[in-house]
Ligand binder design. Structure first.
Ligand SMILES: [Mg+2]
Length: 226
């Protein structure tokens, strides 16, 4: 019997990556940089988890002179501000099927948790806009990228969620859309439901316990298989 479901955010709860990409580009333009991340490039860059790490990797790969960490941090803050504004204005919606699944889990008494590489302000912006200001009360645990030392595919963020839940990995299942996320959850000893998403459509999700084409496949029947 599964006692908790731990959700990834980007690509899983919502197709946020396109909004992240636009927010990055607005931050670059705002800072007078001529960087423009198009969709194909961004798909490549998504292999690097974490916004600051992604920018540093891009600078390194492009052969440009390295940016000092404080410049990267300032760019990342500006990007988060743009993202938050876009989320607040309702430009991001939950994927079809997600809210119904969250409601069904709550009715069943299954706990909800989040384990994401994204930062807390991003989660707050998305979920308060999508689920209302009381969203936090629905989740027993919220483990974000800025709370752990190592981002996915390291298991840290899932281990933190499990500590907050006070449950063993065997009592929980993770929902993920990416290879890095799947590896992270597996490294924490979790079983995984993988859902295909727009930006990670080609990710190797072998090793997931269940793979679904979309979030509308997330049901209590699927959960009952565990
Ligand atoms: Mg994801």
């Amino acid at each position: 019997m599964i006692k908790a479901v731990i959700f990834d955010v980007d690509g899983t709860l919502a197709e946020t990556e396109e909004v992240h990409r636009i927010a990055f580009n607005r931050a670059f333009a705002d800072a007078g940089l001529d960087w423009d991340w198009d969709r194909d490039l961004y798909r490549q860059l998504l292999k690097v988890t974490g916004g600051k790490e992604r920018m540093a990797h891009f600078v390194q790969e492009s052969g440009a002179p390295p940016l000092p960490p404080e410049r990267i941090a300032a760019l990342h803050k500006a990007k988060t501000d743009f993202y938050t504004r876009m989320a607040d204005s309702g430009e991001i919606l939950l994927r079809p099927g997600v809210e119904e699944f969250l409601d069904a889990l709550r009715e069943k008494g299954v706990k909800l948790a989040i384990a994401t590489t994204t930062s807390l302000p991003n989660i707050e912006a998305l979920l308060s806009s999508a689920l209302g200001p009381q969203w936090r009360a629905r989740f027993v645990a919220v483990a974000a990228g800025d709370m752990v030392a190592a981002k996915k595919p390291a298991p840290d963020v899932y281990q933190l969620a499990l500590r907050q839940l006070d449950l063993p990995a065997a009592a929980c299942v993770a929902v993920e859309d990416s290879r890095n996320g799947l590896r992270s959850a597996k490294a924490a000893g979790l079983r995984v439901i993988a859902v295909r998403s727009a930006y990670c459509a080609d990710d190797d999700l072998s090793g997931a316990d269940v793979t679904l084409a979309d979030c509308e496949g997330l049901t209590l029947e699927v959960l009952a298989r565990f």
